[in-house]
Structures are given as structure tokens and as C-alpha cells.
Design a protein around this ligand. Sequence first.
Ligand SMILES: [Zn+2]
Length: 166
Amino acid sequence: MLALQLEGKVFKRLTVIKRLENTIQGQSRWLCQCSCGNTTNTVGAKLTSGKTVSCGCLGLENATKAKVKHGDAPFRKEHPKLYRIWCAMRNRCSNPNRSNYQYYGGKGVTVCPEWHDYAAFKTWALANGYADDLEIDRIDSGGDYSPDNCQWITGFENKSRAHRRA
Ligand SMILES: [Zn+2]
């Protein structure tokens, strides 16, 4: 098989970042950055044949185009709840007008710089067990929102943790 060299090449929305381990079938696999902010990996043949042209957002967009509200970025719609969690997290740390700011930003809790980028937050969330029925929890409740201090837990666990803290 020809050794493909795809690094840096652009296939519609995808820019190839680097080669990953081959698939078990021996096909070359590539890590790609999608223009929507997601990263994805796909086999080289799908890229060169034009079968894969986005992380999946393009198909999703085409399928739901009729419903798209003006100004909606496609990546927000993939995980609308995760996007709301991200907005709420940033608000309670930085918006003094929010009722719960006093418990977060008001106590010096911040969102780490990396997570001011929604794509970075989402990548972390999906790699660390995010599901729509889970809530973000700071392991050290005095610490910041950052990859090494956060985990996904159920609302029930979250309430019992809050109870223990009180
Ligand atoms: Zn995408």
C-alpha cells in the first residue's frame, strides 16, 4: 500500500493534523481538525476519495438545514446541553449579575484559559465521559474549572456532594 502523506492537507472542512495508528485493517488513520472546531479521526482513503469531508457536522447541518436558526453555529447544535453547561459555567464565574456568582466568581473560582474556547472544553468533555444526563463537578470545590479539577457526575451525586460541603 502506498504510504499516504496527508499531514497539512485540507479536505473541505477537514485539515489533517497528524497520522495516528493504523486501523486494525491496516488502513492509515489521521487526526483532523474540522472547521467547526471539532477534531475527528478518519482513514486516509475516505479523505482522498472525498467520502469524509467534515467531522460529521456537515451531514448534520444538511439534514437539519430547514430548522437552523439564524446565527447558530453548527457545533452548538451537536451537543446543545453541553454548550449550555459551558455558558452557565463561564457566567457564574464571570458575570456578577448572576445570582450564583457569589458562590463562584465571587469566591475567586475561575474557568481555566483553555476552556474559554468552547471547542477545547467540548473535546475534554467528550473524552472524559460527558453524557447529557451528567453535570460538571469540581473535584476540589475551592478549585477552578480546569481539566485536572473537573469530572462528570450525576445530578444526584452532585446534590449529595453539595450537601456534604454545607
Ligand atoms: Zn465539524
